[in-house]
Design a protein around this ligand. Structure first.
Ligand SMILES: [Zn+2]
Length: 89
């Protein structure tokens, strides 16, 4: 059976392989490319729509049980970079 996770942005269930795992380090959200970082993880589709939805709904902070505001700037940058790369293919 394939592992299924819920995207914190659009709330759709999807296979792990379609989602990106995010963990936090000192309130900074970081992409866990290999999905191996310890602790809580939040999953989302690596597209800006789902990222923005998750940010607007503070879904990352909630999923990761963070007490401080999440720093999403690095995450936004890496998604933008990934989308630019896809668009130029
Ligand atoms: Zn999604």
């Amino acid at each position: 059976m394939e592992a299924v996770r819920t995207c914190v942005g659009c709330r759709q269930r999807a296979p792990r392989a379609d989602l990106m795992r995010v963990t936090q380090q000192a309130a900074v959200l970081i992409v866990d490319h290999k999905a191996v970082n310890p602790g809580r993880g939040a999953w989302f589709h690596p597209v800006s729509e789902c990222l923005q939805l998750a940010i607007n709904r503070r879904a990352f902070s909630r999923a990761l049980k963070m007490t401080e505001p999440a720093d999403v700037s690095g995450l936004v940058q890496s998604i933008e970079k990934a989308e630019t790369m896809l668009a130029s293919k």
